[in-house]
Write a protein that binds this ligand. Sequence first.
Ligand code: GDP
Length: 647
Amino acid sequence: MGQTVKNNEMQREVAALAEKYGLAPGQVTGVLLDLGIESEGGHFEADEDVFELVEASLEEHRGSKEIAMLPNRTPRDIASALGVPQQEVQKTLMMKLKVMAQLTTSLKPEVAEQLVEQFGYKVVWAEASKPKPAPPKPKRPHKVEGAQPRPPVVTILGHVDHGKTSLLDYIRKANVAAKEHGGITQHIGAYQVELPEGKITFLDTPGHAAFTAMRARGAQVTDIAVLVVAADDGIMPQTIEAINHVKNADVPMIVAVNKIDKADANPERVLSQLPEHEVVPEAFGGQTIVCPVSAITGEGIPHLLEMILLQAEIMQLSADPKGTLEGVVIEAKIDRGRGPVATILVQNGTLHLGDSLLVGQTYGRIKAMTDYLGENLKDAGPSTPVEVLGLSDVPDAGDHVQWFKDERAAREIADSRQEDRRIAGLTTGKKVMSLEALKGMLSEGETKDLNLVVKADVSGSVEAVRGLIEKIENDEVDVKVIHSGVGSISESDILLASAANAICVGFNVKPEPGAKKEAERRKVEIRTYNIIYELIEDIEAAVKGMLAPKFEEEYQGTVEIRVVFNLSRQGIVAGSHVTDGKITRNSHVRVKRGNDLVYTGKVASLKNVKQDAREMIAGQDCGIQFEDFTAFKEGDIVEAFDIVQVN
Ligand code: GDP
């Protein structure tokens, strides 16, 4: 009699059999496949008495180290075949075989074999019984008319001396195109690597200061950040800063664990440190790709580049070479012989020799255009960095580039922008964040976020301040510490604050002189404190000030007016009895006569016989006067309530 065994029941059965015969689960499945027991749509079809045959066959295989496998296995398949956790397989792949792969990536046969060997088994390749259907091609959800894939733009960040420059140099030197030109490249602030699988544009100024300086000017240039962490040093303060800068920019990050050639390299330590900073490697079940590399020997670098391209593919980066020109200035300088020189990264459309441009507050026509090899170019498409000559003045890094049909029109706008800047000083034109300014911004419905950069003298106070700030809860304003650290407020803190429209808060620390200047220039508010509660109170007050206060009525009690006294000295008094709850001398009241509301207002005086009373409770008699209301009558009912702020 045929029977259907549910997949998970089968898995349990397989695991039990594997244990009984000292085999891996995959070996048991192999035996099952040999016996013609196949999985169909999540179910296994099997005859009951087949299990006897299964047991006999397993007995033959007892203790065997050969494991039958179908081609195109993924790390996940291999983990389940070996009966080991997926993370273990990924860790082995990365640490022992120096291969980075997603759990669902098909492995090359030789990699799968080596991987399985690491666990003490040998692969015997089985024929695929049915060809796998090709996976459906991912759709491009926001495909713009004419949009085409474009190379990713990558920035390298990390702690000083962890090898950012070395990595950029190695990648540049190993670039085929550069070799053809005798390895001579020009420093133009960015370069492009051409691999068989695609191109990658690297920004040549490593570090988060440059990265965030661009963002502070409103230019999000980087598509993918590569965080370099030296395997012999581990995560250091600037690594954490870089992580926070990248997170704030919402840019995907790939971690390059560098210097694995060194004797004291400990890549596993880096791997285990990353989750402390909310960067969870794939090997630990997270999303972050981690690549072990050496910028000296070049080991692992091809793989890193492959992963960058993979990440780019996932992001489906695209631009329209025929679309509107968009570009950003990466770097600019004045050259004695050539005049203003600017490196422009084309983001959309195509830049042509002879184009008229408006670039920030300057303008001009492109007289010459070269790539990072010094080659003359006539056209440059999306993600291409080019050095251009012909601008009338030196633009700023981060300035946007616009195409103009007519150079005169570009000039007029550039001139008026210069005038604006002259009038406005050096402000960036955006609304400046300060605790005082928050209230106004909120009432205009502009912001509900309060971003803070927190610096303190010792890590204990960083934690304390952070902890208290994070406790400031509010449904309408999101208070977020986007970066915190030990040490004085630095220029890079100001840049991050400027990019994130944040306020810099220092506890027992002061801004560095450079930071102070930068803060003035970028209009970033710096607040320093020596008393922790003052700091918290100020932020709390600002956050509360950000809210239009909300009030609600809170029921206090019910009072019946029983006698109306007309006293010569006091005037008309309601002789009353509290029937429920209480009434206070500050109560708000509603006076009802039957179903009619005859008065809404406040208590003016409350007396217990002749004495002023603070409050009277149920069962007590009292004399009440109301503000501007004396027309009450016997039998009127008074409802007492309070008005309380609920935020
Ligand atoms: P940056 O400050 O992050 O740009 O670091 P550098 O690229 O200047 O590198 C700092 C030092 O580390 C230099 O002496 C490099 O030669 C060395 N270095 C960088 N990468 C590696 C590597 O992969 N292996 C070894 N052994 N040394 C490296």
